[in-house]
Design a protein around this ligand. Structure first.
Ligand code: SF4
Length: 1007
């Protein structure tokens, strides 16, 4: 069948086939066949939807076509349309220098203009990035469908928000047009219009590419279809491949393709040559699950997923395994362990895909686990560039120069190379800043006079200030791109990395070049923009979590690819790991089915959870599992032990042994006097590698000289006297034992918590530590965050959510306080307090602020009604306590204590954020601490406690438990011990780091 595609003559052909039936290979085969019959390679255009698929075609064609050629035209639709428009800009009505803006750049442009956007009726909640990312996806969908989305249009059921969305689309397009930019949909639309309106262009395009090969037509959008129609008429041949079971709406895509290529020959590829029957059954079960749960015309039903149209052709197909891990960490460790072994056995890292729900949020955990084992990874997603420490340093300097009050940015500039201020001096600096109400730059000047700053740190502050002053003086004197380049040179990032010829260094330098390219592209779009404007843009760009389109991409060859679930499609993989599938829903079914059918050797479908398989859940992983005869492999988290050190030494040495064998091999051809010595050395290194392999596999117990001697004894039986000599001279054994001792020392250091340097900056009363409920929460969430906030006290600008919380607390306090409010005050008084507080708190009339105001008004109405119906009265407001637990002071301020009708009391804490699981550290701490505080400090027994979610108008009671006291004491003692021992190990997690105010300065968030 594939040969029929290759041999197809002129005219159009539609090739249908389920995954694995060889559609893409048939297109590549056709390319080679056309070249063999004399067609020039540059006159065949191959077009795909995804960059991944285009890249796979390019590599396959490069292998098949060995002869010389002018160029290979293998493009995405956007790439092909850009080629057309760059060639005929005048005919398309465009400025020849038009720029193309990718999603990341457009999102950043919108974020910078956020205040101007018509978003009064879309909930912002203090963080516009998530909302704008969703809205931009809707804008792209709207434009891809050429505005004809019918009932599925965004916000179709809500006329107010629909109208606002239409205004937003218009704003987006106006903004791009003013900046001389096009997005990918504009490229396709304008290219389609150009082809439709100009016979000359059509003819010329047909002359350039008389043969067209189109892949992934199941993802063909209406706007792409207009280009296809324009190219169709003059083309000698046009072959399009479609998988009618995949894509978001494959039935519509097939109809679209048929309309674009009327009268095309049809061919259906039924035999999935790569796939075995189990793979097909499972993929069918995954896609069919959606058909069962969805509407009658749901994709997957009655299409290529039918039994007769998807026949196994492979011998056995690939292995499909099911994993359940107790935690995401355990899942990442399991993948990393397996990949390390695979790579050691010869599997190419870039033939392995690890797919996660969101590479920016979840990818780093698994990438770090794999890299810890010495295997390089490439995480697709926008934050990869902005996780490179030197890129973050440059942005920190830009932000610090634009706004010296940006505490996080100035802290990063002070603590990273080339300044590297010590922790204790940073702590001293923040004390000076707080006491004198200065920003950190001015505090650095003041600190030069402080006797508490060591001479060495004074020098560091001096160099910081001279760098800062010089750069600040040049900030407005240069174009932003020139300034960024000079800043990179001036700070010396390139010089610092110049001598380390390692791949990571090359990647970091490349990342810095890419940042400079982003600045150049920005200057082209905004020729009158200042460096401060560019700083706002690049900060927003870093926030988007999307991949910027400017500059050279960091090479991914030789690296395990960490991609989104959907990013597996279009690639050619030996192994695919689909992780976190407990979160996958119906919309992810095509991606899971694509993973099952795209791997040549094995697919792992993995979920995180505590319950056994088949425990009543539903989703693509469960459907796959129930269609298979398999067991779930269970993975548990492992603590790192001595074997990990040995593994990493083994990996390092493996490289050395391979290099040495190559060198000595050359000497064997051209012998020298000392060749026998070199040969013995190389063999000795290999014997040592064997020693490491033996020790690493010995089990988890401590490494000691007895264990090493035992292996040495066996090696001694096979080694020659010369090799034994070499072994004796080797420093490997002392190195391993020293490593072990160092690990013991590290452990001792942690155990004794002996580092004294920050002791003076810990929050204390007298000589004892002071802890509040929020301190406990903060430390338990992330000890490093506690250090930044409470020990260093890095200045932060309060977020709108924080300011709003303070306002609501103040208004409710005033309302219940008899000193400020007469008895019998009602809703009117409450509202006027809100009004006055709103003005005093400096809120403005941005969409976000007005939405907060709407929520506050309705929350106060509900609050008032609830209070009216309540039979209890506030007795104390914002009452404080402080008491001892062991060696520490515990303190707090209770928002409100009520006396109930029966004479009992209730502590109440107002919450203005979203509801969170209060017991995530093993039970509620805050209310238990308040009750304990009331007993100890006020001598009042309180049994009840509630969180009052003011915005939701709901009071949630948290029952007291018999173990409250014991739990609070245990937590306070543990946290206190950690703080006094200065154990501030970061505890990064996507959910917490995403909202952390210290991301800019935190080294763990770039791991
Ligand atoms: S960014 Fe993450 S790891 Fe770093 S301090 Fe904040 S919460 Fe901790």
């Amino acid at each position: 069948m594939q040969s029929e595609v290759a041999a197809h003559g002129s005219g159009a052909m539609i090739v249908e086939g389920a995954p694995g039936t060889g559609k893409s290979a048939a297109l590549d085969q056709r390319f080679a066949a056309l070249v063999e019959t004399g067609t020039a390679p540059s006159s065949i255009a191959v077009v795909s939807v995804s960059r991944l698929s285009a890249g796979t075609h390019r590599r396959a064609i490069e292998q098949r076509v060995s002869g010389p050629y002018e160029e290979l035209v293998v493009e995405t639709w956007s790439g092909l349309c850009e080629r057309l428009l760059r060639r005929w800009p005048v005919e398309a009505g465009l400025d020849p220098d038009f720029a193309v803006a990718g999603p990341a750049e457009r999102l950043a442009m919108l974020l910078v203009r956020f205040e101007e956007l018509p978003l009064r009726n879309h909930e912002i909640r203090g963080n516009p990035t998530g909302l704008m990312r969703r809205l931009l996806a809707e804008i792209d969908l709207e434009k891809a469908e050429l505005g004809d989305r019918g009932g599925s249009a965004a916000f179709a059921g809500d006329p107010v928000r629909r109208s606002e969305f239409e205004q937003l689309v218009a704003f987006h397009d106006r903004m791009l047009s003013e900046l001389g930019c096009l997005d990918s949909n504009d490229l396709s639309r304008l290219a389609g219009e150009l082809l439709a309106s100009s016979g000359t262009v059509r003819e010329a395009a047909a002359g350039d590419w008389p043969h067209l090969l189109v892949d992934e037509a199941e993802r063909l959008t209406p706007v792409m279809a207009t280009v296809l129609e324009g190219l169709r008429d003059g083309a000698t041949s046009l072959v399009a491949a479609i998988d009618p079971a995949s894509g978001d709406d494959p039935a519509r895509a097939l109809a679209r393709l048929e309309a674009a290529l009327p009268g095309a020959d049809r061919i259906r590829l039924d035999r999935a040559w790569r796939l075995g029957s189990e793979q097909i059954d499972i993929a069918r079960a995954v896609v069919g699950g959606r058909a069962r749960g969805g509407a009658a015309d749901t994709p997957g039903a009655g299409t290529a997923a039918d039994a007769d149209s998807w026949q196994p052709g492979g011998e056995g197909g690939c292995e499909i395994r099911y994993w359940r891990s107790e935690t995401a960490q355990a899942e990442a460790q399991g993948v990393a362990r397996e990949i390390e072994h695979l790579v050691a056995e010869g599997t190419a890292p870039d033939s392995i895909a690890v797919a996660v729900s969101d590479p920016d949020r979840d990818g780093q955990l698994v990438a770090s686990a794999i890299e810890d084992r010495g295997v390089a990874t490439a995480v697709t997603g926008g934050s990869a560039l902005f996780r490179v420490p030197e890129v973050r340093d440059t942005i920190a300097w830009l932000r610090a120069l634009s706004d010296p009050a940006d505490g996080g940015a100035v802290t990063r500039a002070l603590t990273r190379p080339p300044i590297q201020l010590r922790s204790v001096d940073l702590a001293q600096l923040t004390v000076i800043a707080r006491r004198r109400k200065l920003d950190l730059v001015s505090a650095s000047e003041a600190a030069l006079e402080s006797p508490r700053i060591s001479p060495e740190s004074r020098e560091r502050l001096d160099s910081f200030l001279s760098l800062y002053r010089a750069a600040a003086g040049a900030l407005d004197a240069h174009r932003p791109d020139a300034f960024v380049r000079r800043l990179i040179e001036r700070i010396g990032f390139r010089r610092q990395g110049m001598f380390a010829a390692r791949p990571e260094t090359a990647e970091r330098l490349l990342a810095l070049s890419r940042l400079a390219e982003i600045a150049t592209d920005w200057c082209r779009r905004e020729p009158n923009g200042s460096t401060r404007d560019f700083t706002a843009f690049v900060s927003a760009l870093a926030e988007t979590g999307l991949e910027p389109s400017s500059g050279p991409r960091i090479p991914t060859a030789g690296k395990v690819r960490v991609v989104a679930w959907d990013g597996v499609r279009g690639g050619s993989w030996r192994r695919v790991y689909m992780l976190g599938l407990e979160r996958a829903g119906d919309t992810q079914r095509p991606a899971v089915a694509a993973a099952v059918t795209s791997a040549g050797e094995a697919v792992v479908l993995s979920r995180v959870g505590a319950d056994d398989a088949g425990a009543g859940r539903s989703g693509p992983q469960e459907d796959a599992f129930s269609a298979a005869v398999a067991i779930e492999e269970v993975h548990q988290e492992e603590l790192f032990g001595p074997a990990e050190d040995l593994h990493s030494t083994y990996r390092m040495m493996r490289e050395e042994v391979l290099e040495a064998s190559w060198r000595v091999g050359r000497e064997l051809i051209e012998p020298r006097l000392d060749t026998p010595t070199d040969l013995n050395r190389a063999i000795t290194r290999y014997l040592e590698l064997l020693k490491l392999a033996a020790l690493a596999q010995r089990g988890g117990e401590r490494l000691d000289s007895d264990a090493i001697d035992a292996v040495n004894g066996l090696l001694g039986q096979v080694a020659t006297p010369e090799q034994l000599d070499e072994l004796e001279r080797s420093t490997l054994d002392p190195y391993l034992l020293a490593n072990e001792r160092e690990r013991d020392l590290r452990q001792e250091l942690i155990d004794s918590r002996s580092e004294p340097s920050l002791a003076a900056f810990l929050p204390k009363r007298g000589g004892d530590l002071r802890l509040s409920a929020s301190d406990l929460e903060l430390y338990l969430t992330c000890p490093l965050k506690y250090k930044f906030a409470r020990v260093f006290g890095i200045p932060r600008t309060p977020t709108i959510n924080q300011r709003f919380g303070i306002l609501i607390h103040n208004v409710l306090h005033r309302f219940h306080d008899p000193k400020t409010t007469p008895p019998g005050a009602g809703l009117e008084e409450l509202m006027s307090m809100l009004e006055a507080g709103w003005r005093r708190s400096g809120f403005g009339d941005s969409n976000d602020e007005l939405q907060f105001r709407d929520r506050a008004v309705s929350a106060m109405e509900t609050y008032w009604l609830n209070e009216k119906q309540s039979s209890q009265e506030p007795l104390w407001l914002e009452r404080q306590f402080e008491f001892r637990i062991g060696p520490h002071y515990l303190r707090g301020r209770v928002d409100r204590v009520d006396r109930r009708e029966d004479g009992s009391y209730e502590v109440i804490d107002y919450k203005t954020g979203q509801r969170v699981e209060s017991g995530r550290h093993g039970g509620d701490i805050q209310l238990a601490l308040y009750r304990l505080g009331a007993r100890e400090a006020w001598d009042v027994e309180i049994e009840s406690g509630s969180y009052y979610y003011v915005l939701e108008g709901e009071k949630v009671e948290v029952e007291s438990g018999a173990d409250d006291r014991e739990r609070v004491e245990r937590t306070a003692l543990e946290v206190g011990e950690g703080i006094l021992g200065q154990d501030f190990e970061p505890r990064p997690s996507p959910a917490v780091c995403g909202w952390c105010d210290f991301r800019m300065v935190c080294p763990a968030s770039e791991a």
